[in-house]
Design a protein around this ligand. Structure first.
Ligand code: XIL
Length: 299
C-alpha cells in the first residue's frame, strides 16, 4: 500500500494524526494529512478551555472546523478530551467541590450532545494518574472525590451511547511502571463493577525519560485482556528512530484489540515538542522520513 491509512486498513486498523485548526489553510499540511491519515484528533480545539470558555457558553467554532474538514474528507474523528486537570478555562480552575463536579458533568453533556452520534471514540478522562506512585494525580477534579472518573464515564455513556469511551494517559506504556499498574487496576475495577469504559489510550510520547521498552506489547495485550480496545493516541518519538517506530507498529499489530495508531502531528515543524527533536514521520518540508518508510513497511 502507498499510504499509512491504506496500509493500516489492510488489518482493519486506522492511522491517524493530530490536526491544528490554524493550519488548515496550509496546503502542504492538508495535502499530507488528507493523503496519509484516516483518523483525526483535534490537537487543542475540543479541550475544555476551547469548547466552554465561559461557564455554560459552549463554542465549537474551531472544533467544528476540524470535524468538518475531517468528515468532508472521509475521515473519522477521535474526541479529545472531556475531563482533564490541564487546559481548563479560568472559571473551571477556580471551582471546587460539588460546583466543580457539576460543572464537569455539564461540560461532558454539552460537548457530547453537540457531537452525538458523530464521534466514535471519546477520551473521556485524560491524565488522571500520578507520575510516580501508581495513585491518582492531585487535581481540582480529584479533590471532588475519588469517584470523579467513574462519574465522568457514566455521564458520557448516557450522553452518547454510540461513542466508545476511553481513558487516555502518558507513561502507561511500560508495563513495569507503577503508573501503568495504577491505570490497569482502575480499568480492571471498572470492568468488574460495570462502570462503562470501552478503551484505553496509550499516548506513547517516547523520549529519554520514558523510552520505548519491548514490554510495550505486554502492556497493550494486558489492557486488551481486560476487555477494552487499546489505541495508541499521541505517538511521537524524540529522535525519530525508524526502528522504534517499527517496533511500536509491530506491537500494535500483534494484539487484535489494538485498533489504531495516531501520531501527534503531521510534520516535525507541527510537533508540540519542536522540530529539533525530529519526533514525527514527515520533516518540516513535508518530506517522508526514514521513520515514515519504516512504519509503512511494518503496517
Ligand atoms: C498538547 C498540544 O500538542 C499542545 O499544542 C498544547 O499546547 C498542549 O497540549 N497530552 C495530551 C495532549 O493529552 O492534549 C497534549 O497536547 C500533549 C500531552
Amino acid at each position: 500500500e502507498s499510504t499509512l491509512a491504506a496500509a493500516a486498513a489492510q488489518s482493519g486498523r486506522y492511522f491517524g494524526t493530530a490536526i491544528a485548526s490554524g493550519k488548515l489553510g496550509d496546503g502542504n499540511y492538508t495535502n499530507i494529512a488528507n493523503r496519509e491519515f484516516n483518523m483525526i484528533t483535534a490537537e487543542n480545539e475540543m479541550k475544555i478551555d476551547a469548547t466552554e470558555p465561559n461557564q455554560g457558553q459552549f463554542n465549537f467554532t474551531n472544533a467544528d472546523r476540524i470535524y468538518n474538514w475531517a468528515t468532508q474528507n472521509g475521515k473519522q474523528v477521535r474526541g479529545h478530551t472531556l475531563a482533564w486537570h490541564s487546559q481548563q478555562p479560568g472559571w473551571m480552575q477556580s471551582l471546587s467541590g460539588s460546583a466543580l463536579r457539576q460543572a464537569m458533568i455539564n461540560h461532558i453533556n454539552g460537548v457530547m450532545a453537540h457531537y452525538k452520534g458523530k464521534i466514535p471514540y471519546w477520551d473521556v478522562v485524560n491524565e488522571a494518574y500520578d507520575d510516580n506512585n501508581g495513585g491518582r494525580r492531585d487535581s481540582n477534579l480529584q479533590r471532588t472525590g475519588n469517584d470523579w472518573i467513574e462519574v465522568a464515564f457514566r455521564t458520557a455513556r448516557a450522553a452518547d451511547p454510540s461513542a466508545k469511551l476511553c481513558y487516555n494517559d502518558y507513561n502507561i506504556d511500560n508495563w513495569t511502571w507503577a503508573k501503568t499498574q495504577g491505570v490497569y487496576n482502575m480499568v480492571r475495577d471498572f470492568k468488574s463493577r460495570g462502570v462503562p469504559i470501552d478503551c484505553v489510550g496509550l499516548q506513547s510520547h517516547f523520549n529519554g525519560q520514558s523510552p520505548y521498552n519491548s514490554n510495550y506489547r505486554t502492556t497493550i495485550s494486558q489492557f486488551a485482556a481486560l476487555g477494552v480496545d487499546v489505541a495508541i493516541t499521541e505517538l511521537d518519538i524524540q529522535g525519530g528512530s525508524a526502528q522504534t517506530y517499527a517496533n511500536v507498529v509491530n506491537d500494535c499489530l500483534a494484539v487484535p484489540r489494538c485498533i489504531g495508531i495516531t501520531v501527534w502531528g503531521v510534520r516535525d515543524s507541527d510537533s508540540w515538542l519542536g522540530a529539533n527533536t525530529s519526533p514525527l514521520l514527515f520533516d518540516s518540508n513535508g518530506n517522508k522520513k526514514a521513520a515514515y518508510n519504516s512504519v509503512l513497511n511494518a503496517l
